[in-house]
Design a protein. Structure first.
Length: 382
């Protein structure tokens, strides 16, 4: 039983931050979320939640699980096709079969709908908006965080950096380090499924493998199948835009895939507009935690999208972190954070590097080690 709730601050109100907020609040702690935006807005990309992520999410309560399912789609399969011939090289049954095998289905959902499910389940008065972290310090009284508006939040038992690839918390712990441009850009858009309904397996998650690891097209259903998300990547030598994401050209998009199979080209022909995004990466970190401060999600293991595990690994982190902080005293926090790190580091590093290589499930293979992971049941170290 939780004797004394810990006072926990989370920097970042994205998927990982709000998942952690719910898991830690559910465990009885007093949790404050510091989010730099003025409010939760309907922005961001669409998210593929594989069974491991959905199972972790389900443990956050029926309200989160039900609200997520109400807006999500359930892809029928995960299919790999070759870019020019259209040949299928792998096909995994998802939906009911994934639920039978892994205890949860695959869900595809807009990021904003997932955030809304997390936000609605968490006390609104414990979310502080327009709070951008500036500096962090720690002493015998706890962790203290200063924001760019001058306000200081003092005496935290735990501080969690869930503030993304440009994490201020990460820099405060381990020094400034810039992510690398991968030489890959991504195009993304959403089209009404009515426009592409004649393309085979449009209700599945389908990955078209290009002639090189940088080139692919991925599609999956959204909004209970009413829309289809299209995500395409290609090599580009440099990125000159100030923002990571900018309006793209549909003609440019189509031009990169003129040699792809007719089914793939027909998908792109249905696009009216597109966003273009630069993909950045970091290497796996040797350390996530220091004292009573730790990192979570993209702050410690930003992932390229090729294994569709970025959001899922952040949600897994949140669950394992909450389990390690359950029932402990403030004095035990540093040891608990190192335990959390040790439980998550090997898995996230393997997936981080596997995403970079972009070969997973191209020709079949075993998905169980990713999809079968249960963040609520993986044994805690003695």
């Amino acid at each position: 039983m939780q004797a004394t709730p810990l006072k926990i601050g989370i920097v970042g109100g994205g998927v990982g931050g709000l998942a952690a907020a719910n898991a830690l609040h559910q465990a009885g702690h007093h949790v404050s979320v510091f989010e730099q935006s003025q409010q939760f807005m309907r922005v961001g990309a669409d998210i593929n939640l594989t069974p491991n992520a959905v199972r972790a999410l389900d443990g956050l309560g029926s309200a989160v699980a039900e609200q997520t399912r109400a807006s999500a789609a359930r892809p029928t399969h995960r299919i790999s096709r070759i870019w020019d011939s259209g040949e299928e090289t792998s096909r995994l049954a998802m939906g009911d079969e994934a639920e039978r095998l892994y205890g949860a289905p695959q869900l595809t959902i807009h990021r904003a709908d997932l955030l809304a499910a997390f936000a609605d389940a968490f006390p609104q008065d414990q979310v502080y908006f327009s709070k951008r972290a500036h500096s962090i310090s720690e002493d015998a009284q706890g962790v203290h965080i200063t924001f760019t508006d001058g306000e200081v939040f003092k005496g935290l038992d735990v501080l969690v950096g869930a503030d993304g690839i440009h994490s201020v918390v990460r820099s405060a712990l381990f020094g400034q380090e810039s992510p690398r441009f991968t030489g890959v850009v991504a195009f993304r858009t959403v089209v009404p499924t009515e426009r592409v309904k004649d393309i085979p397996n449009i209700a599945a998650f389908t990955k078209w493998w290009g002639p090189n690891p940088q080139s692919q097209i991925v599609t999956f259903p959204l909004n209970q199948g009413r829309d289809t998300f299209i995500f395409a990547t290609t090599a580009q030598e440099s990125w000159h835009e100030e923002s990571w994401t900018s309006a793209g050209s549909v003609d440019e998009l189509r031009g990169f895939y003129t040699d792809f199979h007719e089914d793939a080209r027909n998908l792109l022909d249905a696009c009216d507009s597109v966003l273009k995004t630069a993909l950045y990466e970091r290497d796996p970190m040797p350390q996530w935690s220091k004292g009573r401060v730790t990192l979570l999600g993209d702050a410690c293991h930003p992932m390229l999208p090729f294994m569709a595990q970025g959001a899922g690994q952040a949600i897994e982190d949140a669950v394992v972190l909450a389990r390690n902080l359950h029932g402990i005293s403030p004095e035990q926090v540093p040891q608990a954070l190192m335990r959390y790190q040790s439980m998550r580091q090997e898995r996230t590093s393997t997936i981080q590097l596997g995403s970079r290589g972009n070969a997973w499930l191209k020709d079949g293979g075993n998905a169980d080690w990713v999809y079968g992971y249960d963040a609520w049941k993986v044994p805690l170290p003695a």
